[in-house]
Design a protein around this ligand. Structure first.
Ligand code: ATP
Length: 326
């Protein structure tokens, strides 16, 4: 059984008179100990999907429908109290600037201890400190960080503290939303390597939200490609990023330096994301797709399933009316 199953998830933001369809009909399975990268350009709905999984979107501005089943429980059907039990303990998240939520006037160790006590109210001071230091070691932080204030940390140390905090209850699913994007490549590489080691040790399942395909290719087993709120292609990194089937994935990959070291010309994808508040017909990518044919503008593509959990939503791939693209 999958640890997380998203079925036909839709998220609509209500802004003034407009309805922005930020996530559209997304279905995705995440198995235990998977590491899955959610990639796509800015505004494609990656963070919204993560926030929907965590049920952190305020009801007033966003409506989520479909099913988000975590360990057999549909997160859209349970109470806020039940969700609070699951968040952090079972599903934790690290954002790009998670540290901003810490108080600037208290030392790191003290604040982490406080957070640990939320679910472990009976822990002694000694146990709490031991747990915090154990987490520091897991993410390669020196013990002295315990007595530092947030402003005394470098960017890399801050993100390590954020990751340590997210792991405080040893969650089963860790969502990293651009968690290392702002760091220099060396620090980013070190932290990602540590995360991969932790995964083995703690049997973590990781969902990694990023616009950086190379991060996914080097740290994830699976990948899901989003565009304008839709999931266009998903499967194993070794399939999807080596031999992409969807024209959007192909375009995304040719906008990045080669993952295998060959020197290829970099090409962007001309055009921009469609207006998500306007109803569209056909495939969301059709307007920018060099290979689009008539059907792409009038009919929404269905998801075509290939062996090895490889799913592609494109009329041109094994679709009813067209030939294979590749
Ligand atoms: N609070 C909000 N209110 C209204 N619209 C929003 C809100 N948050 C996001 N959106 C819209 O939803 C769409 C998806 O945004 P989202 O942040 O999920 O994309 P993303 O792929 O994570 O982008 P980025 O990489 O830039 O964070 C965008 O059109 C965005 O403008």
């Amino acid at each position: 059984m999958a640890l997380l199953e998203a079925k036909n998830v839709n998220v609509v933001y209500k802004v003034k008179e407009k309805e922005i369809k930020a996530v559209r009909n997304v279905s995705l399975d995440v198995e235990v100990q998977d590491s899955i990268g959610i990639v796509g350009e800015s505004g494609s709905g990656k963070s919204t999907l993560a926030m929907a999984i965590l049920q952190l979107l305020p009801n007033k501005i966003a409506k989520t429908t479909g099913e988000i089943v975590f360990d057999g429980v549909d997160l859209l059907k349970i109470s806020e109290n039940e969700l609070r039990e699951i968040r952090w303990k079972d599903i934790a998240v690290v954002f790009q600037k998670s540290m901003n939520s810490l108080s600037p006037v208290h030392k790191i160790g003290y604040q982490m201890g406080d957070i640990y006590r939320v679910h472990e109210p009976n822990a002694t001071d000694k146990e709490v400190k031991e747990r915090v230091l154990e987490l520091f070691r897991l993410v390669n932080l020196a013990d002295r960080v315990y007595d530092l204030y947030p402003h005394e940390l470098s960017g890399g140390m801050m993100q390590r503290v954020s990751i340590a905090l997210s792991l405080i209850y040893y969650p089963r699913l860790l969502i990293m939303d651009e968690a290392t994007t702002a760091l220099d490549v060396v620090t980013q590489g070190q932290i990602l390597e540590e995360i991969m080691r932790l995964e083995e040790k703690l049997h973590l399942t990781r969902m990694m939200i990023t616009h950086d395909v190379s991060v996914v290719s080097s740290t994830c087993k699976k990948v899901a490609v989003m565009y304008a709120g839709c999931l266009l292609e998903s499967g194993y990194v070794s399939d999807v990023l080596t031999n992409p089937k969807h024209p959007y994935t192909q375009g995304l990959l040719s906008s990045f330096p080669s993952l295998t070291g060959e020197r290829n010309e970099l090409r962007g994808i001309p055009g921009s994301l469609p207006d998500l508040s306007v109803a569209h017909k056909g495939c969301v990518f059709a307007d920018r797709c060099k290979k689009a044919t008539d059907i792409c503008f009038v009919k929404e593509p269905r998801t075509v399933k290939f062996p090895n959990s490889w799913n592609v939503s494109c009329h041109l791939i094994g679709g009813e009316d067209c030939d294979q693209l590749d």
